[in-house]
Design a protein around this ligand. Sequence first.
Ligand SMILES: Nc1nc2c(ncn2[C@@H]2O[C@H](COP(=O)(O)OP(=O)(O)OP(=O)(O)O)[C@@H](O)[C@H]2O)c(=O)[nH]1
Ligand SMILES: [Mg+2]
Length: 323
Amino acid sequence: MDYNNADFLTEKILSGDKRALSRAITLVENEDPRAVKIERDLYGNTGKAYRVGITGPPGAGKSTLVNVLAREFKSRGNRIGIIAIDPTSPFTGGALLGDRIRMGAALADPDIFMRSMASRGGTGGLARTTTQVADVMDAFGFDVLIIETVGVGQLELDIAGSVDTTVVVLVPEAGGGIQAMKAGLIEIADIFAINKADRDGAEILKSELQDALSLMPAIKNSSWDLPVKLTVALEGKGVKELVDTVYAHKDHLEQTGKFHINRQSQAEIKIKDIVRAEVAKRLWMNPELSTMMDSLSRFCVEGKIDPYTAARSFLRSAEVQKV
Ligand SMILES: Nc1nc2c(ncn2[C@@H]2O[C@H](COP(=O)(O)OP(=O)(O)OP(=O)(O)O)[C@@H](O)[C@H]2O)c(=O)[nH]1
Ligand SMILES: [Mg+2]
């Protein structure tokens, strides 16, 4: 038995071995076949961690906030797992190093485990395997999972489908409320944190946001009043209140039954992803279909057929062959 063996890793993860956890996460990230076995065997132990997403524009102070949030959650008796989605290339390591420095204090803590992932291959500001990594960390026994993802235009929307509470971090700047509305951040936010509130304009942004919110009927009619909190992550200010607000949102989800509904739609997304990948694999790996694809693509270039008709004949052929 060793750290390359799936059963060994599963057993060690359940007994709290962080080295096994790190190793399994690497297998998941690399989409190694052993990861599927580990994920399946661990699945019965997932679902206990409360998942909090931290998103927002680059440089808003998300990592700094995650660091202080993690310590606040810990002071309330929780063990914390952090996943930081690094928007840059996995090969430079630059942002990874940066995150390690900004989260320095939290990292030295045995109750806080941090993992950076490259966002490559994924959409929605999440790495493709983020939810699988989160599941493995969940099974390990963390009480709270914090997922940091960079907000890049529309692309952070996926985070909202992967966590229980989404905190959108903004910073004071002119027109920030309008920008948040345009970028669709209001739709995904469960809580707003205006960070860098030590700077001018935080109160103005807060009232801008509240004005924008009052204009949105869907949000006005919701039984959850979208809170806008001020934080100074660098000084740890407002962090207790922010954690209180996360717990208030959790209570709201549980009391309204939304917690269960959200978790179910997250499970549906996971199943669909697996089905999609499996279908694609079957189609692309089939030798006869592959030959057919060669011809079809050639016919397209030669102007004999359009891609839609080509796709339809391809699918018909897959059906006939019962692929
Ligand atoms: N003045 C002030 N600066 C802050 C505050 N919080 C974070 N910063 C600074 O803002 C800069 C960016 O902080 P990060 O925590 O790296 O921000 P981020 O959103 O994680 O950045 P990316 O992950 O690169 O998008 C750093 O220099 C922080 O020290 C704050 O509350 N006030
Ligand atoms: Mg960061």
